[in-house]
Design a protein around this ligand. Structure first.
Ligand SMILES: *[C@@H]1O[C@H](CO)[C@@H](O)[C@H](O)[C@H]1NC(C)=O
Ligand SMILES: *[C@@H]1O[C@H](CO)[C@@H](O)[C@H](O)[C@H]1NC(C)=O
Ligand SMILES: *[C@@H]1O[C@H](CO)[C@@H](O)[C@H](O)[C@H]1NC(C)=O
Length: 492
């Protein structure tokens, strides 16, 4: 299926199935089966395997992921769903190659970050290393005063990862004359988790390579002993504007003025297949839609969103939110976010930091509690697609099973593949999500209207302030929480 065919395909092919049974939460719960979730995740993993190892924004694996969703939502369920592919543009970056050569001409294991800056080629930047102090509380090289007395001009700064956004460290390195940064990890071993520096920082940062904690600590000690170390960093990266897409698919049944929305992101990071992040949410939505198309009796519309370019900074969902009219935003009565719901050693977290959020969130909570899971409510962070909906004051909730060790050791890595799923967790969470969608599709009793927010919706700082306030009130559940705060497009 070619992309240019997508708009023409919307609602084009009709199936002959006759809907007859009436929708109930029990029916949807029953319909969602582990085997079918496995089948979707097998397909997403296979798409990555056959497309260079990922399903990331700007790569062919994302195109193939779009085709996979459309095959079901349009080709098979075109009679029950209206589907629309929403295009948007965003800056794409990929590091073609990265290399660090150590003081003894040895190759050092290194990873790049998204939106890295290219070095001159082919030689890269060869310069003496200069150390920066380690501060595990305020972070290393995060603040102006932490650079006092460091002569970084013309050198490569050795900096420890953690606490503040990496982009902040690289900005300060640039303003202090450093030519590049070699960042060493703040957790031991290989592999090293990737992160994004944010497209908005392009041109403001020095090139960076991330090495292991072990190798960085070794160099730090040798510098402290007075050794002079010279290293080389070579970054070959490409930046250009590329198109990407959200898929928005809604039931034909139900009141268009009362819409329940479910969202999951369809893109992965460049490092891997993204089976838990967020194949898990993608699969849940697809299986919930597959159940819904069998039934009649929906009072309200149910709209499914598969978001693009989440890993580049929530780009697709923010684009969707910012292009909704006030009226269309009013019509979205509840948003459920499902991002990483099958982590290997799951926590069972339900997003909610207001009573409005709990009106939908409690359906998820009560179901998981009844199944004996240690479920808890946590506040929204700022690192998934719910941000656009919180900005609009739309009551929201969702599920999250944890990112990073111990919950998901393969977070943002190549090993986020079919082996990286807890099948009991994803199945239970998908059933919970299906029940919640069904219950609200039948009745919106008790769901408050959207709260018109006073802050300027395009002001990220305003949103950040609001989110920080929320964070003080509740235990925040956030993908980037372990590493500190910061918006998702600017990770530590
Ligand atoms: C994805 O599809 C679009 C539209 O057909 C095409 O322009 C683009 O080159 C494709 N991207 C990749 C990475 O294959
Ligand atoms: C994306 O950029 C291309 C090329 O500049 C343009 O033709 C297209 O209309 C843009 N799409 C959107 C949604 O802005
Ligand atoms: C980096 O660490 C690895 C494993 O700890 C070690 O084998 C290698 O010699 C180190 N390289 C440098 C340049 O220190």
């Amino acid at each position: 299926m070619k992309l240019w065919n997508w708009p023409a395909l919307v609602g084009f092919l009709a199936t002959t199935a006759v809907a007859s049974d009436i929708l109930t939460p029990d029916a949807v719960e029953r319909d969602i089966e582990e085997n079918n979730l496995r089948n979707v995740l097998w397909n997403l993993n296979h798409i990555a395997d056959s497309n260079g190892g990922n399903r990331a924004f700007g790569f062919p694996g994302y195109n193939a992921s779009i085709d996979f969703i459309l095959e079901r939502m349009v080709t098979r369920f075109g009679k029950e769903f209206d589907t629309y592919v929403q295009p948007f543009n965003h800056t794409f970056e990929t590091t073609r190659s990265i290399k660090v050569i150590g003081p003894h001409d040895e190759d050092v294991y290194v990873i790049s970050l998204q939106y890295n800056t290219a070095t001159p080629l082919p030689g890269g930047i060869k310069a003496p290393l200069v150390d920066t102090p380690v501060d595990d509380l305020r972070g290393s090289a995060c603040f102006e005063d932490q650079w006092d007395g460091i002569n970084a001009a013309g050198k490569i700064a050795l900096v420890k990862r953690g606490v503040c956004a990496i982009a902040d460290k690289l900005k300060l390195a640039k303003s202090h004359g450093a030519l590049a940064v070699i960042l060493y990890n703040n957790v031991p071993g290989k592999p090293i988790g990737s992160a994004t520096l944010s497209a908005s920082n392009l041109g403001l940062l020095v090139p960076v390579g991330v090495i292991t904690l072990e190798n960085g600590s070794d160099w730090k000690e040798r510098l402290a002993d007075g050794e002079e170390l010279t290293a080389t960093l070579i970054v070959d990266s490409e930046t250009e504007l590329r198109e990407s897409w959200n898929i928005i698919s809604e039931t034909k049944q139900g009141d268009p003025n009362n819409v329940i929305m479910l969202g999951a992101h369809l893109d992965s990071v460049q490092a891997g297949a993204g089976v838990n992040d967020d194949g898990s949410g993608t699969a849940a939505l697809l299986e919930i839609a597959t159940s819904f198309q069998k039934y009649e009796g929906l009072a309200n519309k149910v709209r499914f969103a598969w978001w693009g370019a989440e890993e580049s900074g929530l780009i697709g969902s923010l684009y969707y939110g910012q292009h909704l009219s006030e009226k269309d935003a009013d019509h979205i009565r509840f948003y459920f976010n499902y991002d990483m719901i099958g982590s290997k050693q799951p926590i069972y977290a339900v997003y909610a930091d207001t009573e409005a959020h709990e009106t939908g969130g409690s359906i998820l909570f009560d179901y998981l509690k009844a199944k004996g899971k240690p479920v808890y409510y946590g506040g929204f962070g700022s690192s998934s697609d719910y941000v656009a909906f919180l900005e609009l004051g739309i009551p929201s909730s969702g599920l999250f099973t944890g990112a990073g060790a111990p919950e998901d050791e393969c977070y943002h890595q190549a090993c986020d593949n079919l082996d990286n799923i807890n099948w009991e967790a994803i199945t239970l969470n998908a059933k919970a999500a299906g029940r919640a969608a069904a219950q609200l599709a039948l009745s919106l009793d008790g769901i408050p209207p959207r709260e018109k927010v006073s802050i300027n919706p395009s002001s990220k700082r305003g949103v950040q302030r609001q989110l920080n306030r929320a964070a003080q009130l509740t235990r925040v559940i956030d993908k980037s929480h372990k590493c500190g705060g910061g918006l998702a497009d600017n990770t530590v």
